[in-house]
Design a binder for this molecule. Sequence first.
Ligand code: FES
Length: 324
Amino acid sequence: MTTTTSATESRFGPRQGQKPQGGHVSAPLTTQRSDRWQKGPLLTLLGFGSFVVYVTFRAFQGLDYYAAPYLSPFYSPLVYANPEYYAGSPTFHALMGNLPAEALTMWQQMIAWLPLALPLSPAFFILIFPASFRGTCYYYRKAYYRSVVGSPAGCTVCPIAQGTYQGETGLLRIQNLHRYAMYFAVAFIFILGYDGWLSLWMPIDAQGAPWIAGGGDPATYQFGFGVGSVVMMLNVVFLGGYTFGCHSWRHLIGGRLNRFASSSGETGLSYAVWKMTSWLNQRHMLFAWVSLFWVMFTDFYIWAVCNGWITDLNSWSQTAAIGQ
Ligand code: FES
């Protein structure tokens, strides 16, 4: 028996208003499923939405991103410090020192029409890279296609938008940028790893005391560790687990091959790295969420220490107390 598809019904299913064939529902967000399929998309919307709101607020705030020796991952690498808005800017930590006065003037002219003064936050120069990586990630695509635009909201759930299905063609071709964003994301793992190393070195002022905001350049650095060091290093571990489980990364390091080099067989280094990446890749969703939460927590921890909401337990304060 042959089945025919009407001329107006695409091969991807009926459009809105069309009588469905084969007993499928056609009203947006309807389904014949009896489970609570809404739970996943709603939790995703809540988690991802909270993260976006938090990061946007912290990026525009442009403050409290350095509690010696901890630098917030949202502000790393610190391209410049901006003492115009933040007297405690760690100029010594910035790649280009203080923000040039001309750049500040240009920014103020650009935002003159706004009713409020927005700082030229150092985070503006950084977050575009992780945002483009996460925003085009294969897992996050699924997550926000389901939870934000509801197209589709779930398997066998009728999508909200029911025009001609184009997949990731047209404007969504932009998702192909993921393979390029991946290179920047890998670089960020090393940058944040370096920050983790610096979190073990407390800047010390000329009087031999730990550096405080507004205290000028440090005279030296003293080795030690604190809770913040652990928080920052775990951040690198989780972000590394997410980044090195990326589908594009997996393709790059071995997925594109039909077989590994015969000289090394399946015991060679490239095969071992590919196996490790595959392990991470199978847990990509887990690492996506854990790293998302932990990078937010790392920033919050540093923000809280900056404001004195919490006290960082560390070896430097213990050393100072013993010396008193
Ligand atoms: S597929 Fe998720 S980070 Fe590349």
